[in-house]
Design a protein around this ligand. Structure first.
Ligand code: MTE
Ligand code: CO
Length: 420
């Protein structure tokens, strides 16, 4: 105890010295340290005992983080049941989305399911139809994988021009989570696929009984049946107790509250049935079977909800992802595309997961037009919105992966704009 105190005091003095030097040298633009009440006054939490360990059996964020929440856009969905909210990307860092902040998209509200009563049925073109309990599923060999899930409608409101003021709303229909679950190929092998098995159809146990058709090649390649997210049970909002994970493909296919997988020899969904998630081209024709999410990125800070606050040294931070593999580089421009520099990636850069990038820069109050442009390992480069519109017109809602522009004004305020 005694030696601890000596050690703490010494290391405090040492780090205080380092901090003073660092302030002078690197934090250009930071305020000079006048007698600061936050330093010279001893706060209550340093004088009195805090609450003990029994206070919060399940922890929650500090009360000072109460503003970091999912938010919705009132006019966007008419009812609470068919609803969507958005991940507060501008408040997050690293690559993992905390479970309580993962955006939600429900077609019939949240199903409340008792895992003891939950079953997963495998039927159709299999040798041996299966009905598995959650305990059965947990006896298969399992794996841990970090993947992004992006709704195909993410950035959908931006097709016709800059609309929503905040990356939470323009880009927040994405989350990145570490899933624990069973590779679907093990479960399909247990059931035994017939030779004409070409498609699977996962089905949800919510009132929308959502189904999607997925080609068998994808199902066997990397789909999984997940029961944990970021180490703990799936949240009810995310499909508790079971969801299918379809890496890199549009979020709509990741059926939640998964109760059945049927195996067939052709897709169940006709063009009309999938039209919701089909992109309408300028000539009225549809792009069909656009399942893979192309490379995309966004600067999360600064952004409209996270304006620039200081002159001098600043950090630009953002996320990049691709459904076709790992991100190979991200370029950032501060002047609307005249000059680009390679961003610094930090943290794991994993295939079909969001990657974190940074640009450390010096701001002297000049107006900025900040954009980021992602490239993935296939060589695909994120297009401008204009280039996308030339190919796809403006009738689309889905699959808008165009480059986002943030205008930073002299006072640091940041706005969603488009450069024409
Ligand atoms: N699965 C079921 N059973 N019901 C649904 O409404 N919504 C889909 C998909 N899976 C949905 C579903 C859509 S459109 C998306 S984008 C994702 O779930 C959203 O997943 P999340 O709520 O975990 O973010
Ligand atoms: Co969706």
């Amino acid at each position: 105890m005694k030696s601890d105190k000596v050690f703490n005091r010494r290391s405090f003095l040492k780090s205080a010295g380092v901090a003073a030097a660092a302030t002078a040298v690197t934090l250009r633009g930071a305020q000079a340290a006048e007698p600061d009440p936050a330093i010279v006054n001893v706060p209550d939490h340093s004088k009195y005992l805090g609450e003990g360990v029994q206070s919060y059996p399940y922890g929650s964020p500090s009360k000072f983080e109460a503003h970091v929440v999912r938010r919705d856009v009132e006019w966007l969905t008419a009812t609470r049941e068919s609803s969507v909210n958005f991940t507060p990307l501008h408040e997050l860092d690293g690559i993992i989305t905390p479970n309580g902040l993962c955006f939600e998209r429900h077609h019939a509200g949240i199903a409340e399911i008792d895992p003891a009563q939950h079953r997963l049925m495998i039927n159709g073109l299999v040798d041996k139809p299966l009905v598995l309990t959650m305990n059965d599923i947990k006896r298969f060999p399992r794996q841990n994988k970090v993947y992004f899930l992006e709704c195909a409608a993410n950035s959908g409101m931006e097709w016709r021009g800059a609309q929503l003021n905040g990356c939470q709303f323009t880009h927040g229909m994405i989350h990145t989570v570490m899933y624990t679950g069973v590779p679907l190929k093990y479960i399909l092998a247990e059931a035994g696929l017939k030779t004409n098995a070409k498609w699977i159809m996962p089905e949800g146990a919510d009132a929308s009984a959502m189904t999607r058709s997925i080609p068998i090649e994808k199902a066997l390649a990397d789909c999984m049946v997940a029961f944990k997210m970021n180490g703990e049970a799936l949240r009810a909002e995310q499909g508790y107790p079971l969801r299918i994970v379809v890496p890199g493909w549009e979020g709509n296919m990741w059926v939640k509250w998964l109760r059945r997988i049927e195996v067939g020899d052709e897709p169940w969904h006709t063009r009309e049935e999938t039209s919701k998630y089909t992109d309408l081209l300028a000539d009225g024709k549809s792009r069909r079977f656009t399942w893979i999410m192309d490379a995309k990125s966004v600067v999360t800070s600064p952004s409209p909800q996270a304006p620039l606050k200081f002159k001098g040294q600043n950090v630009i931070s953002g996320l990049a992802w691709s459904g076709r593999g790992a991100i190979s580089r991200v370029d950032v421009t501060l002047d609307g595309g005249r000059n680009w520099r390679a961003a610094r990636m930090d943290g794991p850069v994993l295939p079909m997961a969001a990657a974190r990038f940074y640009v450390d820069f010096d701001w002297q109050g000049e107006e900025l037009m900040i954009q980021s442009r992602a490239m993935d390992e296939t060589g695909y480069v994120q297009p401008t919105k204009e280039a996308l519109r030339q190919v796809r017109g403006t009738n689309s809602i889905y699959h808008n992966n165009g480059i986002q522009t943030w205008l930073v004004r002299a006072n640091g305020e940041t706005e969603n704009v488009e450069i024409s």
